[in-house]
Design a protein around this ligand. Structure first.
Ligand code: GDP
Ligand code: MG
Length: 778
């Protein structure tokens, strides 16, 4: 029987894992290995993907991935009995036991003044961001990992000026299959942090420790922060910390990041192990007795075989050995093994596979989980089903329910958009605009009084205050939108949205996770592009970013309403809705095209954890808003400022660099004149239209205002309704504004940004031509 045939409520034991490469490794890393028990919870409302429960957490996967997993059905009674097992009362001394079972060394400390650098590593949703914020306060800055667009945060631990801590991407394993995993792995190997702080979710130790075990193999000083202790103890669970320390060989500190409990002790431990470079006492977790010791013998044999190579290239031996046995090609290449050694390695692996009866990656994963099960059995008293989980189940009955999921989703998104773009956003925007206006008139008066050169006056007022001001006025929208989104994200709802919409997006080669940036795109492309940071695969990120310009942003709404009210007042709503739909349809067509050309490869498997719903922490949300705002302002004052100055210059001067009274004579008009022939075929060959479209590149709203200015208010007499229709379609599709392009450049680099400009213009041109041809036939 295959996993996809499992009915809701049924349980089964996994027999075999098919598939290959990234997908298969991902299954294994998430704890889906032969022998594990899974319970099917439900299908998404559209019938795909499915939600499973295993190892105490919820996982989603697509049906045709599930098809690769062989299972055997379990009797319901048997499953129940298992759940009851292992629940026995025990005393627990509570938070803060000062690592009694991990003797602190006092050997050779690192020299005074060495910066103690820490890497913060953990699963997604384990509380990394919360802990990071607690540790650093406001001493942090956000950056990118060079070469890859994965967010990176650095900070200094409060009260320890000689430290630096880097928040690595949330990962489940150190496999080389996703960008995040590679980034984290390279960071630990190449940047050589002085110590690792591994954050482990105490309510889900079983899956979290899988990463811990791979981190231990890196042989870097490490401390385990056992987070969410409040939730565990609140539901009657306990952890025997001292025993866990002695089994893992590193200090384990129980904390609650959200409540700031145990964090001071964590810092003391972390600083100590970094300073004295106390490495894990243990890296060898394979048992000589487990399943005849096949994996144990193979691992040790490979360790000895490659010891010299690993030392030469600076890789931890145990880590290299287990990765080699798993079949990791990166590591194999890095080690520069000789042909003989490669063959020997292959023989060892084959022997292990035949003795263990599992293929190599499953055998290694199984070895790790075997040890983890021992740790859990002897150190953890599982809580009764937690309140948080029960609450999540109840919420999910509605939020991912068969008939309710989609209406609720539409309702929530509608509400967020209404609040952001119609209620709170505009209110704040007006406040800000007034502020900028006041500042502008102050500046104007000051310059007037100081008899400043009129050209400079015009630059400051028209260029900087108008240009940058108009972009900065987006700030309230962006901050409000991100406020709501981070509420949804932190609470765990976004993961459900991805679950619900996956099937729909999949047809266009994307996964459910792309839905959020696309939706934001209807508000504004800038935050939409920023929101793609949450996507796990590079391919999906690229594709999603390239598709967001097709979603009509709110800045295009003034263009639509202006032309529709002048030329098609009777069918206003029909046409505006039609334009939005046209954008979506073009986006879908483009996605299909991309799927067949630029982004052929496999969509990343949609194997995702559905975390329990949690109350978002105010601190995390505020911190995120501050980061986004700062990010946006930095950009507004760099790229956008320069672009604004250039356009101002072009529209204020003629070719002899005299200030022009009427922009009719400006360089911009002359240049626009050059472009007119390009626009003639689509029926827009008028320099005033071209100029306003160019100005629209600065900010879409300005298309209307510039056109009003240049046509002196007589647009309706100057252009026909067919031209208006072409213009509408062209405005819908042509290049996004400078602010959006700047953020695309930031995410994907200059080449892609240029590509978006040219591609969108080309698409818009063809579509406008089609409108003209069809229109002239009617
Ligand atoms: P990340 O994905 O690892 O960065 O995790 P976050 O820091 O975003 O935390 C995920 C969720 O867990 C958030 O809703 C936090 O408020 C919550 N959380 C973090 N630490 C704790 C904790 O110690 N106790 C409880 N109950 N919740 C926590
Ligand atoms: Mg986070």
């Amino acid at each position: 029987m295959k996993l996809n045939e499992l009915k809701a409520g049924q349980s089964a034991r996994v027999l075999s894992i098919g598939g290959e490469g990234a997908l298969r490794q991902h299954f294994l890393d998430m704890g889906l290995i032969p022998g594990v028990e899974v319970t099917m919870i439900k299908l998404a409302p559209m019938g795909d993907p499915m939600e499973l429960r295993l190892r105490g957490y919820e996982l989603t996967l697509r049906l045709n991935d599930a098809e690769k997993i062989g299972i055997e059905l379990l009797e319901a009674a048997h499953v129940k009995a298992q759940d009851q097992e292992g629940r026995r009362p025990a005393d627990h001394p509570g938070l803060g036991e000062e690592g009694r079972f991990h003797p602190k060394g006092t050997g050779d400390p690192l020299p005074e003044g060495t910066v103690l650098s820490f890497a913060l590593v953990g699963n997604q949703n384990s509380g990394k961001t919360t802990l990071f914020n607690q540790l650093t306060g406001s001493n942090q800055h956000v950056g990118n990992f060079p070469g890859v667009t994965v967010d990176r945060k650095d900070g200094v631990i409060r009260g320890h000026a000689d430290t630096s801590i880097t928040d690595l991407p949330g990962i489940y394993s150190m496999s080389p299959y996703s960008n995040e995993e590679l980034v984290s792995r390279d960071f630990v190997i190449n940047r050589k942090p002085k110590a690792i702080i591994n954050i482990v979710d105490a309510t889900n130790v079983e899956r979290n420790l899988y990463l811990t075990m791979q981190l231990l193999e890196m042989n870097v000083p490490m401390v385990v922060a056992l987070n969410m202790m409040d939730e565990l103890t609140g539901n009657g669970g306990t952890v025997d910390i001292n025993r866990m320390e002695s089994m893992l060989g590193v200090p384990v500190v129980p904390i609650s990041a959200a409540k700031n409990e145990g964090v001071d002790e964590l810092v003391r431990h972390a600083v100590h192990i970094a300073k004295y470079q106390e490495r894990p006492l243990r890296q060898d977790f394979c048992g000589a007795q487990d399943h005849g010791g096949a994996v144990h013998r193979a691992l040790h044999a490979v360790s000895h075989l490659i010891e010299d190579h690993a030392e030469r290239v600076g890789l931890p031996v145990r880590f290299a050995a287990s990765k080699l046995l798993e079949g990791d090609r990166h590591i194999e290449a890095q080690l520069q093994l000789e042909q003989n050694e490669k063959e020997l390695l292959e023989h060892i692996a084959l022997q292990m596979e035949s003795e263990r009866g599992l293929d190599r990656s499953a055998a290694i994963a199984d070895m790790r989980f075997e040890f983890i099960e021992k740790v859990c059995e002897s150190c953890i008293i599982k809580p009764r089903e937690s309140r948080e989980h029960k609450r999540s189940e109840k919420l999910d009955r509605v939020l991912t329910g068969k008939y309710t999921a989609i209406p609720v989703f539409i309702g929530i998104i509608g509400l967020v958009f209404f609040l952001t773009f119609f209620l709170i956003g505009p209110f704040l925007q007006n406040l800000l605009a007034e502020g900028i206006g006041h500042l502008g008139s102050l500046a104007a008066r000051a310059m007037e009084a100081g008899h400043v050169n009129p050209a400079i006056q015009s630059l400051v007022l028209d260029g900087i205050f108008e240009g940058v001001g108009s972009v900065v006025s987006f700030l309230p929208l962006i901050v409000t939108l991100f406020f709501f989104l981070s509420l949804l994200e932190d609470s765990g709802y976004i993961a459900r949205v991805a679950f619900v919409t996956d099937k729909l997006l999949r047809r266009s080669g994307l996964s459910g996770r792309s839905i959020v940036p696309m939706l934001i795109g209807f508000g504004c492309t800038v935050p939409a592009v920023m929101a793609t940071r949450t996507l796990p695969s590079d391919r999906d990120r690229h594709m999603t970013i390239l598709l967001t310009p097709f979603m009509s942003c709110t800045a295009k709404l003034p263009i639509y309403s202006f032309f529709v009210s002048v030329f098609f007042p009777k069918r206003a709503w029909l046409i505006i809705t039609g334009l939005y739909l046209l954008g979506i349809v073009m986006g879908i067509l483009a996605a299909r095209l991309y799927k067949k050309t630029l982004f052929k490869g496999e969509a990343v498997p949609f194997v995702m954890e559905l975390p329990n719903y949690r109350m978002p922490s105010a601190r995390n949300v505020l911190q995120l808003l501050w980061e986004k705002a700062r990010d946006f302002l930095q950009r507004a004052f760099s790229v956008i400022l320069i672009a604004t100055i250039v356009v101002w210059f072009l529209k204020s001067f003629d070719f002899r660099f005299n200030l022009v009274a009427n922009s009719y004579n400006s360089i911009l008009a002359e240049l626009a004149g050059l472009l007119v022939p390009l626009f003639t075929p689509v029926g827009l060959g008028d320099w005033r239209i071209v100029t306003s479209l160019i100005c629209g590149f600065m900010a879409k709203e300005s298309v209307v205002s510039v056109m009003e200015l240049l046509f002196s208010g007589g647009v309706q007499n100057a252009i026909t309704s067919l031209m208006a229709a072409s213009l509408l379609v062209f405005s819908l599709l042509y290049t996004p504004c400078v602010a959006a392009i700047a953020s695309i450049k930031r995410e994907l680099g200059g080449k892609w940004a240029l590509y978006v400009v040219l591609w969108q213009c080309a698409v818009a041109w063809v579509a406008a031509l089609a409108v003209r041809l069809i229109g002239s036939l009617l």
